[in-house]
Ligand binder design. Structure first.
Ligand SMILES: *Cc1c(COP(=O)(O)O)cnc(C)c1O
Length: 431
């Protein structure tokens, strides 16, 4: 029975999508090697699913919470309760989860701008931050940025081994330092991401020596990949995007922050205005998909993770350098693949796009995007615009031409995506 189903899938791919049988053999081989890793991922899914379920129950969520409000949004219990569920899931005193937070960058910017004042210092402990945050910080003096508003900034480069330089970090913190920010995911960098254990070690070092310093974690792409989240190991504040992991592919838009109550309140003043902070903000039709997406998030993250593991093994078998390796521990859903040329990056994205449910007929073109410094290529015909918990790939077009693959709402879809990407690549170079 199972053999027939498997061959139906591969026959279909071969006939309807013209996938070379050598690639099909490779993906079958990769899939066999990945089975033990898939089993480990399923265990994490199971425990995170229970954690999310319990958080819904502890906050007595009911059908009427799923409805939204209009206008000022006064008395929007669904909106407020959603924040309580997030706080429970992430072990926070308080959370801010809003459709008015337009992206992950905005969520992180609220945490920074709400909590840093003129003369105070921000330190990035994990080297150069994600591209879009550079303009928020204002490393080139951007209008409205932290630096332009008189906030001091220091970046602690990673060690030669691409680890957090704890010694340098400890030496760099001074009486001016108000906050240290850690980036959990590698972003567009060829390095390992920082898992919960590594974050814990670094946060403990900061807290032991400088208890007043706020430790913030950019949690983008990290939610539900491990059994613990950064607040459980000493972080004060986390932030992320609802069109990544915690939205489960269902949330329509939005961002979140979670952490210490005063830090969340300061971010809320920034989001709205002092005095009205959290009491306003119509949720419109945001609540229902945000709740359902959070409920599904552990499962969807599990699918995306299995897809990333499969992609790692498959492209390694095809001779490409990958990061992480298929059997290395993970703390985010990103799979980096070193393609080595602009041409292969374009063909990878072209092929992946052909595997998308929407706009499969489009050929992705490189473009300069708001917040990014180099031209970027992106593939992803997603239900939610720009969603990267859905199957997508992107990367800046600069040597050594690393593509970053992420998301996918089902393992089967991701498998199809990587096969179509490899097929397209084989037309430009034999792989
Ligand atoms: C995605 C991401 C962000 C924020 O990106 P948005 O596109 O603004 O949601 C920030 N940091 C990291 C590490 C990310 O992956």
């Amino acid at each position: 029975m199972e053999a027939r189903i498997i061959s139906t899938y591969y026959d279909y791919l071969h006939k309807e999508f013209q996938i070379n049988s050598k690639l099909i053999t490779k993906v079958q081989e990769a899939s066999t090697s990945c089975q033990p890793i898939f089993q480990q991922i399923k265990k994490i899914v199971e425990s995170n699913q229970l954690k999310v379920l319990h958080s819904f129950q502890q906050n007595n969520i009911a059908d009427f919470h799923l409805n939204g409000s209009t206008g000022y949004g006064y008395g929007d219990e669904g909106r407020d309760k959603l924040e309580e569920v997030y706080a429970t899931v992430f072990k926070a005193e308080k959370a801010l989860v809003r459709s008015q937070i337009v992206s992950g960058t905005h969520a992180i910017a609220l945490g920074l701008m709400g909590n840093l004042k003129r003369g105070e210092e921000l330190i990035s402990a994990t080297g150069r931050p994600y591209d879009t945050l550079l303009k928020v910080i204002g490393i080139h003096g951007e209008e409205g940025s932290l630096i332009q508003n008189g906030i001091k900034y220091q970046e602690i480069p990673l060690t030669a081994e691409k680890e957090i330089d704890l010694e340098q970090l400890g030496n760099s913190i001074s009486f001016q330092t108000k906050m240290v920010i850690f980036q959990r995911s590698k972003g567009y960098e060829w390095r390992p991401s920082f898992n919960i254990t590594q974050l814990e070690q670094a946060i403990k070092m900061v807290k032991n020596n400088f208890p007043e310093v706020i430790c913030m974690v950019d949690n983008c792409y990290g939610e539900f990949v491990e059994n613990q989240e950064p607040l459980e190991v000493g972080a004060d504040l986390i932030a992320g995007s609802l069109i990544k992991n915690p939205g489960g592919g269902i949330a329509l838009t939005g961002g979140y922050l979670a952490g210490k109550e005063d830090l969340i309140n300061n971010a809320a003043f920034r989001l709205t205005a002092p005095g009205i902070d959290l009491e306003v903000g119509a949720s419109l039709n945001f609540n229902r998909p945000a709740y359902q997406g959070l409920f599904l998030a552990p499962l969807i993250v599990g699918e995306a993770l299995q897809g990333a593991v499969l992609a790692a093994k498959f492209f390694q078998l095809l001779g490409f350098a990958v990061l992480p390796q298929f059997d290395e521990p993970r703390t985010d859903i990103i799979q980096a693949i070193r393609l080595g040329s602009r041409e292969l990056m374009l063909s990878f994205c072209h092929g992946l796009q052909k595997a998308c449910p929407l706009e499969a007929y489009v050929k992705p073109e490189p473009a300069l995007l708001p917040g990014y410094t180099d031209e970027v290529i992106m593939a992803g015909g997603t239900f939610i615009q720009g969603s990267s918990i859905e199957l997508s790939a992107d990367g800046p077009l600069r040597p050594p031409y690393n593509i970053y693959l992420q998301g996918g709402l089902s393992l089967g879809h991701i498998k199809t995506g990587i096969l179509l990407a490899a097929e397209e690549m084989s037309k430009t170079k034999s792989v």
